[in-house]
Design a binder for this molecule. Sequence first.
Ligand code: FAD
Ligand code: FES
Length: 507
Amino acid sequence: MSGEQKLTGPDLAKGVPLDGLEDDKLVVGHANGEAIVLVRQGRQFFAVGATCTHYSGPLGEGLLVDGTIRCPWHHACFDLRSGEPLRAPALNPIPCFDVSVDGGIVRVGKRKPEAKPPARTGAAPARIVIVGAGAAGNAAAETLRREGYGGELVMIGGDPALPVDRPNLSKDYLAGNAPEEWLPLRSREFYAEHRIALKLGMHVASIDVAGKRVALDDGSEESYDQLLLATGAHPVKLDLPGVKLPHVHYLRSLSNSRAIVAAAETARRAVVIGSSFIGLEVAASLRARKIEVDVVGPDAVPLAKVMGEDLGAFIRKVHEEHGVRFHLGTRPKSIDARSVTLENGEQVPADLVVIGVGVRPAVGLAERAGLKVDRGVVVDEYLETSAPGVFAAGDIARWPDPHSGERIRVEHWVVAERLGQTAARNMLGRREKFAAVPFFWTAQYDVGINYVGHAEKWDRVEIDGNFDERSAAVRFLGGGKTLALATIYRDRESLEFEREVEVRDAR
Ligand SMILES: Cc1cc2nc3c(=O)[nH]c(=O)nc-3n(C[C@H](O)[C@H](O)[C@H](O)COP(=O)(O)OP(=O)(O)OC[C@H]3O[C@@H](n4cnc5c(N)ncnc54)[C@H](O)[C@@H]3O)c2cc1C
Ligand code: FES
């Protein structure tokens, strides 16, 4: 997922005329072989790397907001002055360059040294323990160090693998387009260098809130001053005859994805049970491997509950154009070695079955510890649970969302990371309210959809553009405002909507 952008635009090392630079306009150029974005803000000039450190998105097509630049692809946000990755999903900074103005010419000079973590002042907890080494846990651990936290830091994860880029498990990696080396978010050396003690392949069995200790399943204990729970979610399991057969898979972890990749080497016909995001991404990836795919789902239109009928119908059509067969309005009844039998009586041949019928937040640990749980671990606006000093982030957290005015829990990668980042700062006493506008993306074949906002229900849908031309925006309206926006390759509009909601709801 890395790669530099092609060099385009002016040679900024040679310089560009000052009077040609408009305020708050992104100028894409290059200097000394690096793609660079130059920004003028009054008498100030900023030159930063033009390539997002997440998946190499083009920052020159991004949005400037209050001294930051936001990436058009998945809305990461960087500080223009320091290059710091302020908001997930980017974890690394972008480079910053010297800028000089001389004789009416603006020139980009040398790369500045990377900003050092700020020296921390004031009281900080001596020991922080993070339970869960996924999106939220990893983002929290990295943020603590970026914020200059110097105390002991332990991250415990049930999965033996290093934290991975989970969205890739159903997309490029499963499709055979991304090697496994791309998956870990960080190397083992990174964690060692940042003094993040990893305890992987181990489960926390219980939390002693009064004694500030967690007990692990190997009998060991870890004490803490502040605790972050980021245990994610478990796939919903089906109870059907044949569901435990070896060719039947779920998908959450790297090992699950590896097992599907291995099965796909010899499989010829797959049945995907579940027509939501994971199921459909799996279907697209298996088609990329030339496996015949049938999708089974109870809803009449896939994704309609989240994306509306029109976008759902379009996604279905795109899959059908790629040869996927749908069996909708029905459920599986049983599975055998050769087929899946449906409730409507159909028998669909399959030598590979992947089940993706949703997830349940992994709240058992929190529940047993006596924390308040209500379809998720209940947290306040600072992401602290009902137990002081215990925070929760990611798929398990249900927080008071300032945009909808409701307590919400979502299952999105970027949100999980941003929750982890805010929780980390609050463990250091920042008292930062979590106010991010929810964002997620999905990619299926040549269709990428970005979704900003949160709409569990809506009164009306407005569509602008054309799905077939891969340029469209779908607005979900309710209560007199736009609750959410789904876009197909209208990245700028998606970024602008995110900003619009931030400003609108801060009033
Ligand atoms: C295949 C796949 C594709 C996805 N694609 C997208 C996408 O394209 N876009 C998007 O927005 N979202 C996507 N998601 C959703 C996104 O990955 C999740 O919302 C996100 O990972 C949640 O982060 P988390 O930290 O809460 O949980 P996770 O990332 O699941 O991490 C939870 C961690 O907690 C650990 N754990 C659980 N219980 C314990 C315990 N008792 N002790 C120790 N460790 C424990 C687990 O082992 C794991 O390491 C996808 C999810 C999957 C599975
Ligand atoms: S490529 Fe920039 S946020 Fe993903």
